[in-house]
Structures are given as structure tokens and as C-alpha cells.
Design a protein around this ligand. Structure first.
Ligand code: SF4
Ligand code: SF4
Length: 74
């Protein structure tokens, strides 16, 4: 079943604090580094949109309000 909304992360403003990653029940968020081998700025990435339930826990927990829940089409 398609979730009603998916998180969209403003990677420019994401600090890489990891709170959303820890809060996500199905573990579909992770931190990704800008450059290979873990170098550079880390930001949260939704790596498995199909596994996301749309629960918005990531949105609720982000201290910097960089996550928006966006409704999909259809
Ligand atoms: S909406 Fe819920 S399931 Fe989807 S990424 Fe955020 S915390 Fe995880
Ligand atoms: S909680 Fe917010 S600032 Fe922290 S990693 Fe997630 S999106 Fe980025």
C-alpha cells in the first residue's frame, strides 16, 4: 500500500544529526556522506521509499525542521 505522504529532506539544511534515522520504525532512512568512503557532510536520505509507511515520525523528531511530508501523486 502506498503511504499517504513521503518525507522530503532539505539536504542543504540537514545537519546529519541522525535523529530521524533513529526514530524511523522500518529503518528506511540512513545517513549518507557527500563523498565516497564516508567523507564530507552527512545528510539523511530515504533509501527505501517503498518501505516507508508515511508515519511522519522522522518529521516530528527533526530538531531543525528540515523534513517535509509531501503527498505523492495518485
Ligand atoms: S515517515 Fe515514518 S517510515 Fe517513513 S521515513 Fe519517516 S519515520 Fe520512516
Ligand atoms: S533529524 Fe533532521 S537534521 Fe537530523 S539527520 Fe534527520 S533530517 Fe537531518
Amino acid at each position: 500500500m502506498k503511504p499517504p505522504a513521503l518525507p522530503v529532506i532539505d539536504t542543504d539544511r540537514c545537519t546529519g544529526c541522525g535523529r530521524c534515522v533513529a526514530a524511523c520504525p522500518p529503518h528506511v532512512l540512513w545517513l549518507e556522506a557527500e563523498r565516497p568512503n564516508g567523507w564530507g557532510k552527512k545528510t539523511a536520505v530515504l533509501h527505501d521509499a517503498v518501505g516507508c509507511t508515511g508515519c511522519a515520525k522522522c518529521y516530528a523528531v527533526c530538531p531543525f525542521e528540515v523534513i517535509s511530508m509531501v503527498r505523492g501523486e495518485g
